[in-house]
Design a protein around this ligand. Structure first.
Ligand code: URA
Length: 187
């Protein structure tokens, strides 16, 4: 599978309103895969995941982990922007899932970090709230999954509690991978 195949996808209605598909990017051998919900306006224009304000915060979170965008893999549940940034509908998500599954199969990450409620609930097939999900390890087909707050949510709730919660989740990931835990915080 490559970006080209996704770029011509017309399986669901999201293709009608997209500017560009957003395949995902990063190291195909990454140990950590970040999965968001779906492209927003900037991502739709540029064809790259997490390049708007939330993306800048994600970059900071990754930098705080002592890593860089190039060393992880970043993608979304759906590859086309839902109009007005609405949540992807169940049929859109279902149509796009084969692409995500193949990305996970190819990268074979040791840890998946799901960003926000829709991505976390969808991957883990649960209706539990983020306050229950985040901070705890889950498993998806044998891969460890750490849900954490979406960076867009962190920007809306820019409190020490929210930022510390995310940093705590990311520290769990570093420890699980035997990576050094930098002192820096995720802000
Ligand atoms: N929000 C997401 O969930 N994904 C992106 O790529 C950008 C913003």
């Amino acid at each position: 599978m490559d970006e080209q195949e996704v770029s011509i996808c017309r399986i669901c209605r999201l293709h009608e309103t997209r500017t560009r598909t957003v395949f995902g990017e990063g190291d195909p051998e990454a140990r950590i895969m970040f999965i968001g919900e779906g492209p927003g306006e900037n991502e739709d224009l540029l064809g790259r995941p997490f390049v708007g304000k939330a993306g800048q915060l994600l970059d900071k979170m990754i930098a705080a982990m002592g890593l860089s965008r190039e060393k992880v893999f970043i993608c979304n549940i759906v590859k086309c922007r839902p109009p007005n940034n609405r949540e992807p509908s169940p049929d859109e998500t279902a149509s796009c899932t084969p692409y995500l599954l193949r990305q996970i199969e190819i990268v074979r990450p040791e840890v998946i970090v799901t960003l926000g409620r829709p991505a976390s609930q969808y991957l883990l097939q649960t209706k539990n709230s983020m306050s229950k999900l985040r901070g705890n390890w889950h498993s998806w087909r044998g891969i460890r999954v750490m849900p954490t707050y979406h960076p867009a949510y962190v920007l809306r709730q820019y409190t020490p509690e929210t930022r510390e919660a995310v940093w705590s989740d990311l520290k769990h990931v570093l420890v699980a991978l035997n990576l050094p835990v930098p002192r820096a915080k995720s802000d």
